[in-house]
Write a protein that binds this ligand. Structure first.
Ligand code: FJE
Ligand code: FE
Length: 320
């Protein structure tokens, strides 16, 4: 018997243990994705004295997971932060878990995001900005979503959502904050130029979430707290805080279960791969090395989207 057939058999066996809703049963027949990689996100330094746990976007392994370029779990206290730096060719998505973060860009766009708030920033052709924690520090995630070649040079844009603007699904011990995409019939209002799903999930003890993910999309999870069992019931991998789990592209659903007696919290992030050439240096992400060189030239010469960088310096990092 091949592996696929074996998994299907065990799925039917385990599903007969509870009452079956025929509609949901049909949607769950597609296979659960297995776990392809697991990695522990160690702390590393970035910006000015800032500590981040990087899972996607490391220098040697998991340098990207198309369309994702980076996931940093940051926990930063003043005077550390991310002083003036440029971005071109992708989006930065900042989601707060604790404390607050202030940002300011060269176009006069500024603000502060607190617990549960989201800043979805499309850098497009160019942003120069500064990101610093509030007085009591800030903890959260920054995800970098690559843009398709056709979108890399679009005008910069922000989508800023307060926690109260982000919809929440609640069902059978599963609470899912729908940052992007859809979960349990609840849809996010965020516009994703690169099709993306981003869920902040809390599983009560014993809770299971089976989440449909397009079979062609890359998907991964990161555990915020507690312990989560990932994958098909007969092949579960248990991982705890600070672990990143990358799913194989071998099914139309991901399955997460809390087999412990405590709540568990994790994010599930998935996206449609761009399948385009990638050229990348630090905060510039393009398709060719020539475009990277051009991006740094444009930044240096304050041109082609970086005009407003000419005389701009952030008020942060000046002691006021
Ligand atoms: C960066 C220098 C930087 N991870 N997580 C060089 F400061 C940064 C950068 C960040 C960042 C910012 C926040 Cl708010 C959270 C982060 C890196 O700003 F990306 C490069 N390349
Ligand atoms: Fe930045």
């Amino acid at each position: 018997m091949n592996i696929a057939a074996k998994r299907t058999v065990s799925f039917f066996r385990s599903s007969t243990a509870r009452p079956v809703n025929p509609v949901r049963f049909m949607t769950k027949m597609a296979k659960f994705r297995t776990v392809e990689h697991m990695l522990y996100a160690e702390e590393q330094m970035d910006g000015a004295g800032a500590r981040v746990r990087r899972s996607i976007g490391r220098s040697r392994e998991f340098t990207q997971l198309d369309p994702f370029l980076l996931l940093d779990h940051f926990d930063v206290k003043p005077p550390a932060g991310f002083p003036e730096h440029p971005h071109r060719g992708f989006e930065t998505v900042t989601y707060m878990l604790k404390g607050s973060f202030n940002h300011e860009d060269f176009a006069g766009h500024k603000g502060s995001i607190g617990v549960g708030d989201l800043q979805w920033m499309t850098a497009g052709r160019g942003i120069l900005h500064s990101e610093v924690p509030g007085p009591d520090g800030g903890e959260g995630f920054q995800l970098w979503v690559n843009l398709a070649k056709k979108d890399k040079m679009i005008e910069p844009a922000y989508q800023e959502l307060r926690s109260s603007d982000i919809p929440v699904a609640n069902e059978n011990g599963v609470k899912a904050i729908v940052i992007a995409g859809e979960c349990l019939g609840v849809k996010s209002p965020v516009r994703t130029r690169t099709p993306t799903m981003y869920l902040d999930i809390t599983l009560s003890p014993g809770a299971v979430l089976v989440q449909p993910v397009n079979e062609t999309w890359n998907a991964f999870s990161y555990v915020i707290s507690g312990k989560v069992a990932f994958g098909p019931p007969d092949e579960q991998q248990e991982k705890e805080t600070f672990y990143c789990v990358i799913y194989a592209k071998d099914g139309a659903n991901v399955r997460m279960e809390n087999t412990t007696a405590e709540d568990a919290r994790l994010v599930l992030i998935a996206g449609q791969p761009l399948n385009e050439p990638l050229a990348r240096r630090g905060p510039m992400v393009m398709n060719t090395q020539e475009e990277i060189d051009q991006a740094f030239r444009d930044f240096r010469n304050s041109q082609n989207g970086f005009e407003r960088g000419k005389n701009w310096t952030s008020r942060f990092f000046k002691g006021d």
